[in-house]
Design a protein around this ligand. Structure first.
Ligand SMILES: Cc1cc2nc3c(=O)[nH]c(=O)nc-3n(C[C@H](O)[C@H](O)[C@H](O)COP(=O)(O)OP(=O)(O)OC[C@H]3O[C@@H](n4cnc5c(N)ncnc54)[C@H](O)[C@@H]3O)c2cc1C
Length: 811
């Protein structure tokens, strides 16, 4: 075993084997995999190993397509063919119109990734899957690429190819300790000796947190027990001339696939069980949990009713094994927050189907710093301080119980809430606030018109439409107040702070005291990494610079790691997170200045405190940092207040606001208004797949600057021309909005993908933003958007149709 290597991958299940193989594919052969026992001896060996193409985002669909393509190639390798039943097809069932709407949307979204799903009715479901009864069934989503694979053969095939490319694989080699050295490389300790590695990868499966503990981190991953059984031969299957398609049932929470001439049926019971919460027996190897079919009786019945043939055959094997879950059901694939040269590929609950794709995207990140798709949906940094053991377990249980029930738009499930609140949360709740969850924070979505008000979740406009309209009208004509908690806020100080930021941002960073600017950070490929406001705090606060860097709530770990990694050894720059200590109260509307002036001493006129200014002040008796910035497009102030004084500031503003008819509003009104202004959202429009010019942010780039991260790559991209362009579209439709991911069509060709959509209450327009082919990006171009299976005409319009001259924010 060599003692020096570039990468050590810890764990030889599908996650580790796929990562190792793809590292060699990306050109790194000096890599090794260490497995404590035999390859696949964790969860992988007993997996039901179904491989599906379905995903709820384009990244998930894309990575699964990669798995399918790779597995097909491996299956056809004459030197080492493996068993892969490819293209049996599969059906996700539906018994409500809202579920079918979801499938129609996912079909529209997948088309943009070259994948054709089909929404079929109940009779067609039964025609394609002859074993099912159609009682109570409305239809389903047909996924033609579904199949299943031999998990052990798959891993052996990947390891074999990796070895051939120069990688080493060492079985019976447990990693027992990890030490990070001063130069950020790692010492990896094993009973066979210590290895010095540049980079380590945690692919430890259900032992994820044993490996995590060696690095001093806790990963938000919990294991659940999960069971399936195999039946005896079913005559109806034996007589078929094709394999039975896979079945996934969100009504009764089971799945099935063909196994020999019988069925494999797996269950997601409500009475489910976490596993290994208090530690895992070191001898749990190639092992299963005890059978417990009593636990699944609630869902068994539904499976038997849908497939009556099950009642006529015996069960010959039960498999019950640990399966990992995260807080939101998607795995953690990418850099480990707070660590250097450390990555993970963990929390895989559908690792056989997805593992090929996850290993591919991870290897790209390790070798190139970024993958071909924006990987935020699987990024380990998307959960921040709230990802503790107990919350993770609660969310894992909830997710397991809802395995095939996708989230509807605006759906925020109840487990583990509230986990992050401010002193205002109960006050706003008493005022009728309906909350959503943003990075764990309870964020006001809208104010319920009556205590009994309840939203019907779905993909079409519903009873909240008028509620949001009224909130927008209040902000447009009078004044509104809302809380924005969890907004990411770093204080950056030090003599070199400005020079440092100048290098990090691709545009001009204001050095003027008392001014606020918006800017963009690129990665080395010249693509968009982050968006942040830089507030240059007024003179007298500190001897050198004192800057507030503000970005999206979920970006805290992501941005901190990126910034911290780029501080030079000799640079005097300190970054301190204030994210959890301060909260923003947003005062917006033409009367916002009157309300602010009534509670805060000083001259707040447009001349003394113009748009994009920042100033310290007292709001009533609460100290505050006030910024004249607006995400709504109305005159607005962001009032940043320490959490301890938040209630005091709120009371002062409400009392002063009473005489001006101040109303509370929420994030849904803001979402609608920001689209009308053409303002972008991080990870909706600001993606690592596009550069700032493609995203319409050219005015924020200063190519003449001496140096900034990504400049050389951006120059090359500029010379090559854009691959897509972000546009705003007005859609000719009144009963639904364009969902993120929906396909923009020209004839039968997909020419773009929607990133955001909403009704613009001030403009009366149904608005969408989308990345489209450059040829379709000029104003007045006519296209169509596939919205829930129906194509609606849409026209490219100038970005930000509301108050395009920004007169209202400057008023
Ligand atoms: C009953 C059941 C059915 C399933 N059905 C499907 C399905 O149909 N389709 C699907 O896609 N997925 C399915 N899954 C999920 C899928 O099996 C898992 O997502 C996948 O196997 C996880 O792979 P992994 O590599 O992350 O973990 P594992 O397979 O557990 O591999 C982790 C490896 O790390 C090793 N390791 C741990 N600690 C150390 C250490 N300190 N040093 C060295 N090595 C270490 C372990 O020994 C182990 O081999 C199912 C799971 C279960 C339980």
């Amino acid at each position: 075993m060599k003692t020096r290597t570039k990468v050590v991958v810890i764990g030889g299940g599908i996650a580790g084997c796929s990562t190792l193989y793809h590292l060699t594919q990306e050109g790194w052969s000096d890599v090794m995999l260490l497995e404590r026992d035999e390859l696949t001896s964790g969860t992988t060996w007993h997996s039901a190993a179904q491989v599906t193409n379905f995903g709820m985002t384009q990244t998930m669909v894309g990575l699964k397509s990669h798995s399918i393509k790779l597995y097909q190639e491996l299956a056809n390798d004459p030197e080492y063919p493996i068993n892969y039943h490819h293209g049996d097809g599969g059906i996700r069932l539906a018994n409500t119109e809202a579920q079918l709407d979801g499938y129609r949307h996912f079909a529209s979204m997948a088309r943009g990734m070259g994948v054709e799903f089909e929404v079929i009715d109940a009779a067609e479901c039964a025609r394609r899957h002859p074993l099912i009864a159609t009682d109570g069934l409305l239809g389903g989503l047909w996924d033609p690429m579904d199949g299943d694979i031999d998990p052990a053969q798959l891993c052996q095939a990947l390891a074999r190819r990796a070895r051939k490319a120069g990688a080493e694989v060492h079985r019976h080699t447990p990693v027992t300790a990890l030490r990070q050295l001063k130069d950020d490389t790692w010492e990896v300790e094993t009973p066979k000796g210590t290895i010095h590695a540049d980079i380590v990868v945690n692919a430890g499966g259900y032992r994820v947190n044993e490996v995590g503990a060696m690095m001093g981190v806790h990963h938000p991953v919990a294991s659940m027990e999960h069971q399936y059984f195999l039946t005896e031969e079913i005559p109806a299957i034996k007589d078929l001339d094709h394999r039975v398609p896979l079945l996934r049932c969100p009504i009764s929470d089971y799945y099935s696939r063909q196994e020999k001439n019988g069925l494999l049926v797996g269950f997601y019971e409500q009475d489910c069980k976490t596993w290994g919460m208090d530690g895992i027996d070191p001898k749990f190897v190639n092992a299963l949990c005890p059978d417990d079919l009593d636990r699944v009786t609630d869902v068994l019945e539904g499976a038997f009713e849908r497939m009556p043939a099950l009642m006529e055959v015996g069960i010959h094997t039960v498999v019950n094994g640990p399966i990992t879950y995260t807080i939101d059901g998607a795995p953690l694939v990418g850099p480990i927050p707070g660590k250097r040269n450390a990555y993970c590929i963990i929390g895989l609950r559908a690792g056989l189907g997805e593992g090929g794709g996850h290993g591919w995207l991870l290897a790209q990140q390790i070798v190139h710093g970024e993958a071909c798709y924006d990987t935020w949906v699987i990024d380990p940094r998307r959960f921040t301080t709230h990802g503790n053991v107990e919350l993770t377990a609660l969310k894992a249980i909830e997710d397991y119980q809802n395995e095939f029930r996708f989230h509807f738009p605006h759906e925020h499930r109840p487990a583990g809430r509230p986990i992050k609140t401010t002193p205002l949360t109960p006050v706003l709740a008493a005022g009728g606030a309906e909350f959503g969850v943003v990075n764990g924070w309870e964020r006001v979505e809208y104010i319920k018109p009556t205590p009994e008000f309840e939203e019907t979740l779905g993909f079409r406009f519903n009873e909240t439409h008028d509620v949001i309209a009224a909130e927008v009208a209040a902000v447009q004509t009078g004044v509104g107040l809302t809380e924005v908690n969890g907004f990411n806020r770093f204080e950056i100080t030090g003599a070199d702070a400005h020079d440092f930021l100048d290098r990090m941002f691709c545009g001009h960073v204001t050095r003027k005291k008392g001014r606020v600017g918006l800017g963009y950070l690129l990665n080395e490929q010249g693509m968009l990494k982050s968006e942040a406001t830089v507030a240059n705090l007024p003179a007298g606060n500190a001897s050198s610079a004192r800057i507030w860097y503000g970005s999206a709530a979920a970006s805290e770990f992501h941005d901190m790691d990126w910034l911290a990694a780029h501080i030079g050894d000799k640079e005097d720059v300190t970054i301190r997170s204030l994210t959890n200590d301060w909260t923003i109260l947003v005062l917006a509307g033409p009367k916002a200045r009157d309300v602010l002036a009534a509670v805060a001493r000083g001259d707040w006129s447009a001349e003394a405190f113009p748009w994009l200014s920042v100033r310290e002040a007292f709001v009533g008796i609460a100290p505050a940092m006030v910024m004249a910035v607006s995400f709504s497009g109305e005159l607005a102030y962001e009032i940043h207040v320490p959490n301890a004084q938040l209630y005091a500031a709120y009371l002062a503003l409400r009392q002063a606001g009473d005489t001006h008819g101040l109303r509370l509003f929420g994030s849904r009104a803001v979402d609608s208004m920001r689209l009308e202004k053409g303002f972008l959202h991080w990870k909706s429009e600001i993606l690592t797949e596009f550069d700032p010019f493609e995203t319409g942010l050219g005015r924020f780039v200063k190519m003449e600057k001496r140096a900034f991260i990504g400049k050389a790559a951006l120059e090359a991209r500029l010379a090559a021309g854009p691959s897509k362009r972000l546009v705003t579209l007005a859609v000719d439709c009144t009963d639904r909005w364009a969902q993120p991911g929906a396909s923009v069509m020209l004839g039968d060709a997909v020419v773009g993908t929607v990133t955001s959509g909403d009704w613009g209450h001030r403009t009366g327009l149904n608005l969408a933003m989308a990345f489209v082919d450059p040829e379709q990006s000029t104003v007045s171009t006519q296209v169509e958007i596939d919205m829930l299976g129906t194509r609606y005409p849409a026209e490219v319009i100038p970005a930000g149709p509301y108050d395009p001259d920004f007169g209202r924010v400057r008023a």
